[in-house]
Design a binder for this molecule. Structure first.
Ligand code: THU
Length: 134
C-alpha cells in the first residue's frame, strides 16, 4: 500500500535546490487533521545558509497555522536510509515531540521509528517554562 506521506516527501524531493551537494532530500509532515505539508532542501552558495527539507516542511506547516503533528516522513536516494540531521532533530522535537518518523529511499525501503529514539534526553521548552512540562 502506498503511504501518502512518504509519496508526498518523494514528490517534494524533486523540487530540491541542491546544486552544490547534489544530495536531494524530501520531507513531509502530517498534522492531526490529516493535512500534509512538504519540504525539500534549499541550498545556498554560502553553504551555511542552506535549509534542510525537514525544517522547510515544519516551518511551512507552522506558518500555515498547523500545530499538532502525528507523523513525519524523510526521503533521500540512499541505500542506508537518511535520518534528519542534528539541527532538524531539535526543531522537529520542539514542534512534534516523540512523533512517528518514517525514513524512506526511492526503492521502496522504509523504516518507521520515533524521533525520541534518535534524539534522547532533548533540551526543550520544558526546561525554560514550567507550563511546557508534559
Ligand atoms: N539535508 C537535508 O535536507 N536533510 C537532512 O536530514 C540531511 C541533509 C540536506 C542539506 C544539504 O542540502 C544536503 O542535504 C547535504 O547535506
Amino acid at each position: 500500500m502506498t503511504d501518502a506521506l512518504v509519496a508526498a516527501a518523494i514528490a517534494a524531493r524533486e523540487n530540491a535546490h541542491a546544486p552544490f551537494s547534489k544530495f536531494k532530500v524530501g520531507a513531509a509532515v502530517q498534522d492531526e487533521q490529516g493535512n500534509i505539508y512538504t519540504g525539500c532542501n534549499v541550498e545556498n552558495a554560502t553553504y551555511g545558509l542552506t535549509v534542510c527539507a525537514e525544517r522547510i516542511a515544519i516551518f511551512k506547516a507552522i506558518s500555515e497555522g498547523a500545530r499538532k503533528f502525528v507523523r513525519v516522513a524523510v526521503t533521500a536516494d540512499t541505500e542506508t536510509l537518511t535520518p534528519p540531521c542534528g539541527a532538524c532533530r531539535q526543531i522537529l522535537w520542539e514542534f512534534c515531540g516523540d512523533v512517528e518518523l518514517v525514513l524512506s529511499n526511492l526503492h521502496g525501503k522504509t523504516e518507521t521509528l520515533h524521533l525520541g529514539t534518535l534524539f534522547p534526553r532533548a533540551f526543550d521548552a520544558s526546561f525554560l517554562q514550567p507550563e511546557f512540562r508534559s
